[in-house]
Design a protein around this ligand. Structure first.
Ligand code: ADP
Ligand code: MG
Length: 237
C-alpha cells in the first residue's frame, strides 16, 4: 500500500531523512519508533506530500504521490490533484484538530461521515457534544472517526496518545486495535511499546533520519541487532 524508496529530506543543511526505504503491505500495521528529532513526523508527512521529498519516491496504492511522470521527467502535481491524493490518506495528529464550533457529529459529517463512525469509536452518545465538552481521549476518537469518514486507503497516526492523560490512552489504543483487527492499513508513530508489540506487523526503528532496523516485534523489541536500538529501548521499555 505504501512504498518509500530512497527518500531523502533536508531542511536547509539539516538532513532529516537519509535514504529511507520502507514497504507497508495493505492491511498491515507498521509502528515507527525512535528518539525525538529522528524524523518520524517528517517521514509521515512525506507520505501525503505535506513535505516534499528531495530525492526518492513515495507511492501509495501504486500511485506516485505529489508528482506525475512525463517521459523520464517528474512534474509536481497541481494543488487540486495533491489534495485529491491526500483526501484518501487519513492523518491523526497528536493534537486532535477538531473544529471547536462543531459538534462531534458535525465534525464527522464535515468529512463526509455519519453517526455510524461515531458508533465505531464508541461515541454515538456524544454526537451532540462540542470538543470542549469531551475529554482528550474522546476528542481523539472523534478525530479518528473523521479520518475514517473519507474512506481512506490507509491511516497515518503521529503520536496519537502523547497529549493524553495516562488514564485516557487506553481508550484510544482500543479503537486503533479494532481498526487494525479490521484490516486497516496503518502507520503509527508511538512510544506505546506494549501496543506496538501486540498490534504491529513491523516495527521500524528510526534514528538520525535512518532506518536502523525493522522487523517483527519479536525481532526488533526482543532481539535488537543494533546498539542504538538497544539504547533507545532501554529508555522506553
Ligand atoms: P520526530 O517526529 O522524530 O521528533 P521530526 O520529523 O519532527 O522528528 O523532526 C526531525 C528534525 O527535523 C528535527 O531536528 C526538527 O527540528 C527538524 N524539522 C522538522 N520540520 C522542520 C521544518 N519545517 N523546518 C526546519 N526543520 C524542521
Ligand atoms: Mg514527531
Amino acid at each position: 500500500m505504501i512504498e518509500l524508496s530512497g527518500v531523502h529530506k533536508s531542511f536547509g543543511t539539516l538532513e532529516v531523512l537519509h535514504d529511507v526505504t520502507l514497504s507497508v503491505p495493505a492491511g498491515s500495521v507498521t509502528v515507527i519508533i525512535g528518539p525525538s528529532g529522528s524524523g518520524k513526523s517528517t517521514l509521515l508527512r512525506c507520505v501525503n506530500h505535506l513535505e516534499k521529498v528531495d530525492r526518492g519516491r513515495v507511492r501509495v496504492d501504486g500511485e506516485l504521490i505529489g508528482y506525475r511522470r512525463a517521459g523520464n521527467k517528474l512534474y509536481e502535481l497541481s494543488e487540486r490533484h495533491i489534495l485529491k491524493q491526500r483526501a484518501r490518506i487519513g492523518f491523526v495528529f497528536q493534537t486532535f484538530n477538531l473544529f471547536p464550533h462543531m459538534t462531534a457529529l458535525q465534525n464527522v459529517r464535515e468529512a463526509g461521515g455519519g453517526i455510524e463512525l461515531l458508533e465505531k469509536v464508541g461515541l454515538a452518545e456524544k454526537a451532540a457534544s462540542y470538543p470542549r465538552q469531551l475529554s482528550g481521549g474522546q476528542q481523539q476518537r472523534v478525530a479518528i472517526a473523521r479520518a475514517l469518514a473519507r474512506d481512506p486507503k490507509l491511516i497515518l497516526f503521529d503520536e496519537p496518545t502523547s497529549a493524553l492523560d495516562p488514564e485516557l490512552v487506553g481508550e484510544v489504543l482500543d479503537v486503533m486495535r479494532d481498526l487494525a483487527r479490521a484490516g486497516t492499513t496503518m502507520v503509527v508513530v508511538t512510544h506505546e511499546i506494549g501496543f506496538a508489540r501486540e498490534v504491529a506487523d513491523t516495527i521500524v526503528f528510526l534514528d538520525g533520519g535512518r532506518v536502523v532496523e525493522q522487523g517483527p516485534p519479536s525481532a526488533v523489541l526482543d532481539r535488537p541487532q543494533h546498539e542504538r536500538t538497544r539504547a533507545f529501548l532501554s529508555k522506553v521499555l
